[in-house]
Design a binder for this molecule. Structure first.
Ligand SMILES: C[S@@+](CC[C@H](N)C(=O)[O-])C[C@H]1O[C@@H](n2cnc3c(N)ncnc32)[C@H](O)[C@@H]1O
Length: 248
């Protein structure tokens, strides 16, 4: 899990290109490299990530309600965009440099892992997993369950997913910058929007809906109206499958 050790933290260790970029405030591209094959599988444009929300970001937010939590907020562009629309918005990120940069913009952000204890647990109206952050921890089902538990009943989880709809890759990756500076390996997942919809249903979230804006894909799913404990969920499932008694 994230936060267990520094070396397992996203893009940290080694030459730490993510922290370097954040601290230097430099623009550029960071690439996600699969450790086993050495293949570059994704690119993040750091100008876009550190700047302002674009039209697709805003489309993903829709008519979001606050309080809103952006998980893995980086320098905080989505928190700023959400704050203009929701009543309250905050980001969390495990990267101290990301949190410093967000706060330098006046953006509320906490240096915290999604798996740490957080404020307003069970009371967030919206939780965001943007920019492929559904990959955090390399275990999307566990992450979605954690996000479900953070949401208020009826609250919405908005997840950006890979366009490759059935993609379901969980592996070790590194991050490398244009100069070839590379992080240590960390667990991450890459999941397509159909895979995310299945995982959302399995996590007890309802009505997962797919939305496309430009080249980007999002899934919006809703937390149960009444929080279901694991035991209650098991009882409910058993009740659903119990054969109907024919009296006597
Ligand atoms: C792909 S980047 C997304 C950046 C960000 N959304 C932005 O607007 O720049 C992934 C982000 O998730 C953060 N992260 C990784 N693991 C995390 C965890 N367990 N809890 C919270 N944030 C995490 C990383 O530090 C990084 O800032």
């Amino acid at each position: 899990m994230w936060g267990d050790s520094d070396t397992a933290r996203f893009a940290a260790g080694g030459a730490d290109p993510y922290t370097r970029m954040l601290e230097e405030g430099s623009d550029g591209v960071l690439r996600l490299r699969r450790l086993s094959s050495g293949t570059i599988v994704e690119e993040w444009d750091f100008v876009a990530l550190g700047g302002s929300a674009d039209g697709d970001d805003v489309a993903a937010l829709g008519r979001c309600e606050g309080p809103l939590l952006d998980v893995g907020c980086g320098p905080g562009r989505m928190v700023r965009a959400a704050a203009e629309r929701a009543s309250a918005a905050m980001g969390i990120d495990v990267s101290p440099a990301a949190v410093r940069r967000a706060r330098a913009h006046g953006t509320p952000a906490l240096e915290r892992s999604i798996f740490d204890r957080l404020p307003l647990e069970g009371r967030w109206r919206t939780v965001l997993l943007m920019d492929g952050n559904v990959g955090i921890g390399g275990d999307p089902p566990a992450l979605l369950e954690r996000c479900r538990d953070l949401l208020a009943p009826g609250g919405a989880l908005v997840i950006e997913a890979d366009p490759d709809e059935d993609l379901d890759e969980r592996s070790l990756f590194t991050v490398v910058d244009a100069a070839g500076l590379e992080s240590e390996a960390f667990p991450w997942a890459r999941v397509g929007w159909r895979t995310v919809m299945r995982a959302a249903r399995a996590a007890g979230l309802s009505g997962p809906a797919h939305m496309r804006s430009g080249e980007r894909h999002f899934v919006r799913a809703v937390a149960p109206r009444r929080p279901i404990s694991t035991a209650a969920a098991a009882t409910q499932t058993a009740a659903t499958h119990r054969p109907t008694s024919t009296s006597g």
